[in-house]
Design a protein around this ligand. Sequence first.
Ligand SMILES: Cc1cc2nc3c(=O)[nH]c(=O)nc-3n(C[C@H](O)[C@H](O)[C@H](O)COP(=O)(O)OP(=O)(O)OC[C@H]3O[C@@H](n4cnc5c(N)ncnc54)[C@H](O)[C@@H]3O)c2cc1C
Ligand code: SF4
Length: 333
Amino acid sequence: MHTFEFIRPADAAAAIGTAAQARTAQQGADVRFLGGGTTLLDLMKLNVETPSRVLDINRFPFDKIDDTSDGGLTIGATVRNSDLANHARVLRDYAVLSQAILSGASGQIRNMATTAGNLVQRTRCVYFRDTAMPCNKREPGSGCPAITGANRTLAILGTSDKCIATNPSDMCVAMAALEAVIHVQGPKGTRTVPFGDFHLLPGDTPERETVLEPGDLITQVTLPPPIARSKQVYLKLRDRASYEFALASAAAVMTVDGGKVSYIRIAMGGVGSKPWRMPEAEAALAGKPANAASFQQAAEAALRDAKPQSENQFKIELAKRCLVHTLQTAVNA
Ligand SMILES: Cc1cc2nc3c(=O)[nH]c(=O)nc-3n(C[C@H](O)[C@H](O)[C@H](O)COP(=O)(O)OP(=O)(O)OC[C@H]3O[C@@H](n4cnc5c(N)ncnc54)[C@H](O)[C@@H]3O)c2cc1C
Ligand code: SF4
């Protein structure tokens, strides 16, 4: 049985110092921070994650949501998903984020899950979670059985011949559309990472999922000031209505002036190897009439580079319809 040391560091600096001793902050890390534990402890029970030290960060002062001086919002790393989704300013100014979080997992899990933990949650690819099977993400060089195996739920954008896993997060899709910024404190000081740069494509190193280095602790996420008069919608399509991950989802933040799209940010989930921002669809929509024809053109542009696997060709059409319906719902909101 895997054994580990459970540590409650005195403060963030002590936690960072200990975590900096790890060989990597990615798959195989022998030191892990513990948020709500809803991903980490599951994977430890499956022996997919086998850290020798687990550092509880829940007592650090990262559990607040505050206004920023420019009118944006700062969200502490240990803010629970439930508290974030139900926060008055999130409901009023960043509704897409609230909708996305509430579409995920269950009430009990959202009560435990933290903002940072959600950002770093792992794929649900069945081979990744089964140590009896090869998996390049879990064991680099061992192979990717999903490419010829069970890949119905996996990615059609941003894949490589080493890994076709989907990023499972709903929250991250909304944060991508809201252009959030992730704040990291590490052994070399603090830095900020634009949301789109935080998750990595699998390429030849699928075991490396984010830009985090040993010792890097996510301290908060900031949202820019809200877009005035924006309509915000998150739509999630899945096999059953609750407690299920997205087959395709879309987040849209849009303003319409004089019948034309004047501001648009789009991201999709369930289809990409990372939370998938859609610049092609945004470019196709900017300045165009906010109608079904424009939305269809945007959806075509968004999925143009999709590469389906043996079992998930259906995701291309599903994702297009998901995006069109999301945009239509936003216009009518
Ligand atoms: C049954 C089930 C159904 C689910 N359904 C959905 C769903 O539909 N949609 C969805 O989006 N999610 C879903 N989830 C996933 C859930 O959202 C995540 O498990 C949760 O967000 C992870 O947060 P946590 O705080 O529990 O993370 P933890 O398990 O504590 O940590 C996860 C990872 O983040 C790292 N970490 C934690 N905090 C920090 C930090 N401050 N800095 C750096 N690294 C950190 C940990 O070391 C670990 O590697 C589901 C989970 C379960 C168990
Ligand atoms: S898709 Fe990625 S996570 Fe799944 S088996 Fe292949 S390498 Fe592993």
